[in-house]
Write a protein that binds this ligand. Sequence first.
Ligand SMILES: [Zn+2]
Length: 478
Amino acid sequence: MVILYGILALLILFAAIVLLRAAKFKPDGILPEASEKPDLNFEKAVSHFSELIRFKTVSSYDWDEVDEAEFEALRTRLKTLYPRVHTHCTREEVGKTGLLFRWPGKQSGAPTVLMSHYDVVPAVESLWTHPVFEGAVEDGFIWGRGTLDTKGTLCGILEAVEYWIEKGFVPAQDVYLSFSGDEEVSGPSAPAIVRHLKERGIHPALVLDEGGAVVDGVFPGVTFPTAMVGIGEKGYMDVRFEVTGKGGHASAPPPHSLLGDVARAITKIETHPFKAHLTPPAKEMLETLGRYSSFGMRVVLANLWCFEPLIKVLFTKQGGEMNAMIRSTVAVTRAEGSKAYNVLPPKAYVGLNLRLLVTEDKDSALEHLTRTINDPRFEAHIVDYRSASPYASTASDGFAAVKRAIEKTWSSTIVSPYLMLAGSDSRHFSDICDHVLKFSAMHLSKEELGLIHGNDERIAVEGFEDMISFYVHLIEML
Ligand SMILES: [Zn+2]
């Protein structure tokens, strides 16, 4: 009986602690209202933007397919579209397509780098409502390839700098504008710019490139829009596991063909995922968004000390982005056996695409896969690899400035760190900067998110104006 009472008392104590912590797990204050829009000629900015869309700056892994004249023409046109930028900043062409501006500040402290890229992915013209490279302004939208990814931020940055120069504003420290024309093909220009800055001993206090956006309904129970600011980027690895046999005629097959072995390997890989970790970006995201969530979610998230395993199970079951934020992932993307129906495969392989947390490198990832497949006949070949970027701190002045600029642009918006799952040029900057942030300054609906790299890519005129306003607010704090 005494034991029973003891257990009961412990249970009550446990429930009390859990509920008390959940009750205290609340937002820090009221989400601020946006500031007035800057007194900028937005109409003129839209016409500049339309014009930039018209340059067919489609990048390709095959440089022979690239129309370099279009890239050159865009770079040249910037000189007349943004005359003040070109008189007050130094402009250098770096690497194959890189464009680097330096806007001198009052002091010589660590500078800020604002990044974008002006190359775009290809489009199938016949599937679009408006021409892909016309920059049509219709139905309250600016249409065209690159409006979201990411000639919008290119234009937003330049409009904002032009605006401030006209006002006679001088930033406290130097501001660099770093634009590449080969981001979509993981090209050499951003690395060339980083090398160039490194040679000059420059270590930026903040680098801001494309990344998360302001989105809705991103987290269960959260009804406010949320600005997702990437504080790190996952690593990337393509690997191929190959098995070799005798081949032969398909009329008298052995009990198991090589493809059967590959299938077994795939099953093992898919049933043995990498271990889950509540990484710093995931933890900070839960800590930020959890406060705005339903009471049920707050009970769990305010008590990660006991519910962390539960969260990992939930995210794993949910799959998709939440799962990808807490573990290195493997996608089985390719496989091949024989070239003909009537020939046993002399060779078979499975191709895997991995996205790695910073806790994993190519050796440890390969070890995990080899151990999982557990068949010495399989030979591994790494086809491509780049390491994950280290995590930026959210306690920096740079993060605070980006947060404040977001709050001044979008009313009642939560600013949350997260781990970016895709890649961007800014990963190269981790070599010279500890504070690399990834945020695309736009509020996108679920539908608009799907337009990135898709058909009918377009941005609302108002959204484009907010994009410029964001950079205007941010620059004022630099
Ligand atoms: Zn992009």
